[in-house]
Design a protein around this ligand. Structure first.
Ligand code: ADP
Ligand code: ASP
Ligand code: MG
Length: 408
């Protein structure tokens, strides 16, 4: 029988009636003749609560115990979904990550999937039993429970779709597709019928949390037909697919933002070979997700180095830099941090063949009086770091300037 993966995010399983609603959608696909693997998130808000408890008990927590606690939200919804399906006449059982097993690295809190053994799942499909899988979790080589990073149930879903050779991977969420920007920021955001893997990958990694970045990477690598749609309506969703499957698109396809960014500047670093490695080595060892980097022109052999990272990593970054300074591995005069910044990015494969896109972005922000602190570009994106208080304004202005409200 053909197989289908259906993933339900936190808001789609937020209470028993929503689980029931999701179960009805599963039943419909079962009646169409699919063997269904349902992947569930924790009820909305649950994972945040669990993370909060861990931090309260232990600020510098043991990551293995963090995973033991934080993965538990998905266990509850998996069991409840299996029960709900049984109640409406769909034979199903729940699976925790380790039971499948879904094997990961031992990078607790941000583990990567290494292998999914689908033998047991397939056997149960043959017995007529549909699968409800707790998303976000797996098992390490040491036999400990791991989690895949926030938003990781998307990645579980795509990985299962690839491993099971599913016809499609449907991601049910609280919006009915991928929009030109977060519909919470502007009502003018337009739903895209299709989006290329590469664009989705950029949007996700630049902050559009509708899909976890890693899930898009996997979908692209294994050619998984990935669809984002609403669990609260029957509207057609957005298909994430190969570029060749898209006929027309705007030069810019979407605007993404990441609210909680910080800018860190090291003042008075020596301008000589090895200095960047000296700075970013300790930061990498401390697990800091450094994003944008700029080095100033040097004066008198000294220069300033600026980088951005998530706000909640600033304290750890400072600690790592101070330790490197104390060890004499690094020399700088002072560290200045700005924790009130946000990153706004425009993304589009059309940028490859059009010039002047970055210029238009800068002019648009200038017209709104928004100062740009740091800029980075790649083939299909331009990102800027700005004051957080202008973030919404910047997203709206760019959405207007690039005419995203209307299809190409
Ligand atoms: P789930 O709990 O189902 O995994 P998420 O909250 O992780 O849902 O992701 C869905 C949210 O992503 C939406 O509610 C929306 O606010 C946000 N979002 C950000 N950018 C976009 C975008 N370009 N298109 C659609 N949704 C977006
Ligand atoms: N429950 C996890 C989270 O909130 C995983 C997910 O929902 O995708 O991050
Ligand atoms: Mg999500």
């Amino acid at each position: 029988m053909p197989r289908l993966v259906m993933k339900f995010g936190g808001t789609s399983v937020a209470d028993l009636s929503r689980i029931r609603n999701a179960a009805e959608k599963v039943k419909r696909e079962v009646e169409r003749g699919y063997d269904v693997a349902v992947v569930v998130s924790a009820m909305s808000g649950k994972t945040n609560e669990l993370v909060g408890w861990v931090r309260e008990v232990s600020p510098f927590y043991d990551a293995r115990e963090y995973d033991a606690v934080v993965s538990s939200g998905e266990n509850v919804t998996a069991g409840l979904m299996a029960l709900t399906l049984q109640e409406i006449g769909v034979p199903a059982r729940s699976w925790q990550g380790w039971q499948v097993p879904l094997r990961t690295t031992s990078a607790h809190g941000a583990a990567r999937i290494e292998e999914i053994d689908t033998t047991a799942l397939a056997q149960k499909f043959d017995e007529g039993l549909h699968a409800v899988i707790a998303g976000f979790q797996g098992i390490s080589p040491e036999g400990r429970i791991t989690t895949l990073g926030r938003g990781g149930s998307d990645t579980s879903a795509v990985a299962f779709a690839a491993a099971l050779g599913a016809e499609r991977c449907d991601i049910y969420t609280d919006v009915d597709g991928v929009y030109t920007t977060d519909p919470r920021i502007t009502q003018k955001a337009r739903k895209l019928q299709r989006i290329a893997y590469e664009e989705m990958l950029e949007l996700a990694s630049l902050g559009a949390k509708v899909l976890q970045t890693r899930s898009v990477e996997l979908a692209m690598r294994y050619n998984v037909r990935l669809q984002v749609l609403s669990s609260f309506s029957d509207e057609p969703g957005t298909l994430v697919c190969a570029e060749e499957e898209i006929m027309e698109s705007n030069v810019v396809s979407g605007v993404a933002y990441s609210r909680d960014e910080a800018k860190v500047t090291l003042i008075g670093v020596a301008d000589r070979p090895g200095v960047a490695a000296g700075i970013f080595g300790p930061l990498a060892e401390a697990g800091i997700n450094v994003d944008m980097i700029v080095q100033n022109i040097s004066e008198d052999g000294l220069t300033d180095m600026t980088f951005s990272c998530p706000v909640d990593e600033v304290a750890r970054a400072r600690k790592a830099l101070d330790a490197a300074l104390a060890d004499g591995k690094l020399a700088f005069r002072e560290v200045v941090t700005d924790t009130e910044t946000a990153k706004v990015s425009i993304v589009g494969i059309g940028m490859r063949s059009h010039s002047g896109v970055a210029q238009k972005m800068f002019a648009t922000l200038a017209a709104e009086g928004v100062n740009i602190k740091v800029i980075t570009t790649s083939e299909i994106k331009v990102s800027v770091l700005i004051d957080r208080k202008y973030m919404e304004l910047a997203v709206q202005a760019l959405h207007d300037a690039f005419g995203l409200e209307k299809a190409a």
